[in-house]
Design a protein around this ligand. Structure first.
Ligand code: XUL
Ligand code: MN
Length: 349
């Protein structure tokens, strides 16, 4: 007798920065700032399972605090999360705010800045351990250039490997997920795609502990199909976290609600996750989405609820897709019929 595989049930999360205030480079905030406690209570009330963190979401102003103070505050957060029954999914060092990292963090031309970036990353690991996460996310925000002649690309790769090796050596249990993005804030980033992230992982001391996080918008900004990026990473067993959102072409990073711009692209991402069993090893589905600037305060979390709703509806669409019929069209090389079948399935006809 063959055992039926139970359909995957997903667990969801978001970060405190996903309840944002609407500021953009051209104008101020449009909604008031909500406290961390309000966001945590909201996350729980909405039925999400985990929260993702930057190091300074967990311990505000982390650079100005002693190790003892950081430990104390991280322990307070651990208790808060435990009381709420909410897990900490990931912790990411916010390496792009400090005056030390104007010219990059791990790849800065200034050795003091590189040192700062590594020390801050080790502290981030300490915080993650205390609040109960073993997954460190590296969005390599300023690792790239505005001007290619200003840095040496090969040396930058060496610096990245050295930094990751220091993190791996600092704690034998943590894993690192690299979140690639091809541009913004940099003109051109050094690690723009999942392929780059996994190649970088292979140069480290322990490639097994270095994987990836895919963000829909980042893949689109790289001119790639996020579903292919998911399939690629999962072919290597390396998709350890996920930032679903949407993006209208090659513009600024938009972090729109999942499926907002291209429902078919979203459908194909969910298909890739389903067929590869994303979540079976405890991975979470995170939405790295922001409210539209125009959002009124009373709708401040709707983008998160809607993203999860769209995701779950697309899971149903994937599970009810007529796969035998699709296979028949594929065998007959009738991609015109396959195309229409997908469109009508998404239209609910
Ligand atoms: C930036 C981005 C970040 C990371 C976390 O584009 O996506 O929010 O996900 O540092
Ligand atoms: Mn992200």
């Amino acid at each position: 007798m063959t055992m039926a595989i139970k359909p995957q049930t997903y667990r969801f999360c978001f970060g405190p920065w996903n309840i944002s205030e609407g500021a953009d480079p051209y104008g101020p905030t449009t909604r008031p700032t909500q406290s961390f406690d309000w966001k945590l209570a909201k996350l729980k009330e909405l039925g999400f399972d985990a929260m993702m963190f930057h190091d300074d979401d967990a311990v505000p102003d982390v650079d100005s605090k002693s190790d003892a103070q950081i430990t104390k505050e991280a322990k307070e957060l651990r208790k808060k999360l435990k009381d709420a029954g909410i897990a900490a999914e990931i912790v990411a060092p916010r390496l792009w705010f400090s005056p030390m990292t104007i010219d990059g963090a791990y790849t800065s031309n200034d050795p003091k800045a590189r040192q700062y970036a590594i020390e801050r990353s080790l502290r981030c690991i300490d915080i993650a351990k205390i609040i109960g996460s073993d997954l460190i996310v590296l969005w390599l925000a300023r690792e790239g250039t505005y001007l290619r002649e200003s840095k040496n690309g090969k040396r930058s790769v060496e610096y990245l490997v050295q930094a990751i090796d220091k993190m791996l050596a600092h704690d034998k249990k943590i894993r690192i997920a690299i979140e690639p993005k091809p541009n913004e804030p940099m003109d051109i980033a050094y690690i723009p795609t999942i392929g780059h992230a996994l190649a970088l992982a292979s140069l480290t001391q322990e490639p097994k502990r270095v994987g990836a996080l895919i963000e829909t918008a980042h893949a689109i900004l790289a001119g790639l199909d996020p579903a292919d990026e998911i399939d690629f990473a999962m072919s290597f067993g390396k998709l350890w976290s996920l930032h679903l959102n949407d993006q209208n072409g090659l513009k600024f990073d938009q972090d729109k609600p999942f499926g907002s711009n291209n429902l078919r692209l979203a459908f194909n991402q969910v298909r890739a996750l389903e067929r590869n069993g994303y979540g079976r090893r405890g991975e979470f589905v995170a939405f790295d989405v922001h409210p539209f600037r125009t959002t009124k305060v009373e709708h401040t979390v709707d983008h998160l609820v809607n993203s999860r709703r769209t995701f779950l509806k697309l899971v149903e669409k994937v599970r009810t897709f007529d796969e035998p019929m699709a296979q028949k069209y594929i065998a007959d090389r009738n991609y015109q019929a396959l195309d229409q079948m997908v469109i009508e399935h998404l239209l609910g006809q």
